[in-house]
Design a protein around this ligand. Structure first.
Ligand SMILES: O=C(O)CCC(=O)C(=O)O
Length: 297
């Protein structure tokens, strides 16, 4: 669906300085249900991932002929949206095989930020997600939702939303309803767009969002309502990653450790990776409390 109207939208507060003050950082996280870190990641690492995703786009004919790769200019004859469309599936399977896309989720500054937030060791879920949004696909923008509905497991699971390249407001990006996690788990109803479910939003919600730069990260609690903003650009693809993290001692649902969409196995994903790559199966060395999907914790 097109993004729902946001009467009040503000730039997110930069919480980077609070990484030195865990008590205040946790207070702010508890209060707002999100934290924003300007330039947390080395932009060159993010750009490496961007280039590899755009390489896949080019292989699938999704980039404008003759355009510079890194600009991410869409082939306007094509408009594929995240769905069961075989063109999307073929593209997405190739993206999920990109080693650096998974490695980015384990970048030390990200893990450190979550260690400070949780005050304990972190479990990065391995079900990493890539979003790619064509221009002129506003009816398919991510509807407002809570991630807990999809992830289950611990409510204390957080999502890191990372723009893969600069993401000015007009290109879309994530909008987060500040403090909305305090409403608890909400009933969902059918929605159009990634996930296919949405939650009711209060009219006077205060949203945060705006221009994101390459290296920025916004993290949000699993009950914090958020939506994708429309890609209003004339011809640019919007690229981003969603990675999830939780305290390692909390229960984790088994599907959070499987490749996103369940179209591939880890063996498929890892097929061309180095045999000794430490990013492979990194979570298997930890003693985790893994619960089946059916179990509500
Ligand atoms: O990037 C988007 O459009 C939405 C991402 C998101 O909300 C999610 O993965 O939970």
């Amino acid at each position: 669906m097109a993004m729902i109207e946001m009467k009040q939208i503000e730039a997110p507060e930069d919480a980077t300085a609070l990484l030195q003050n865990p008590t205040k950082l946790r207070q702010q996280a508890k209060e707002n249900g999100y934290l924003f870190f300007r330039n947390l990641l080395d932009p060159t690492r993010v750009l490496e991932v961007r280039h590899q995703i755009l390489d896949v786009c080019r292989d699938h004919g999704w980039l404008a002929d003759g355009s510079e790769l890194t600009a991410g200019i869409a082939n306007l004859d094509i408009q594929v949206v995240e769905s069961r469309d075989p063109r999307w599936q073929a593209f997405y399977e190739d993206v999920l095989k990109i080693r650096d896309f998974h490695a980015l989720a384990l970048e030390p500054p990200l893990i450190r930020a979550f260690e400070v937030l949780f005050g304990e060791q972190v479990l990065p879920h391995s079900r990493n997600i890539c979003r790619l949004v064509f221009p002129n696909t506003n009816t398919h923008s991510t509807p407002p939702h809570q991630d807990n509905y999809f992830i289950g497991g611990s409510d204390e699971t957080w999502t890191a939303w990372i723009p893969c390249g600069d993401c000015p407001e007009g290109l879309g990006g994530l909008a987060v309803a500040s403090r909305s996690h305090r409403r608890g788990r909400l009933e969902t109803f059918e929605g159009v767009g990634p996930g296919g479910r949405q939650v009711p939003v209060e009219e006077d919600s205060v949203w945060v969002g705006g221009d994101y730069m390459c290296g920025d990260v916004i993290i949000l609690h699993s009950l914090t309502i958020h939506q994708g903003r429309d890609n209003e650009s004339a011809d640019r693809l919007r690229l981003s990653s969603d990675y999830r993290y939780q305290p390692r001692s909390h229960p984790v649902r088994d599907d959070s450790l499987q490749p996103h969409m369940n179209w591939l196995t880890w063996e498929d994903v890892y097929e061309k990776w180095d045999a000794s790559d430490p990013v492979k199966y990194y979570w298997q060395k930890w003693d985790l409390n893994i619960v089946p999907r059916e179990v509500r914790v």
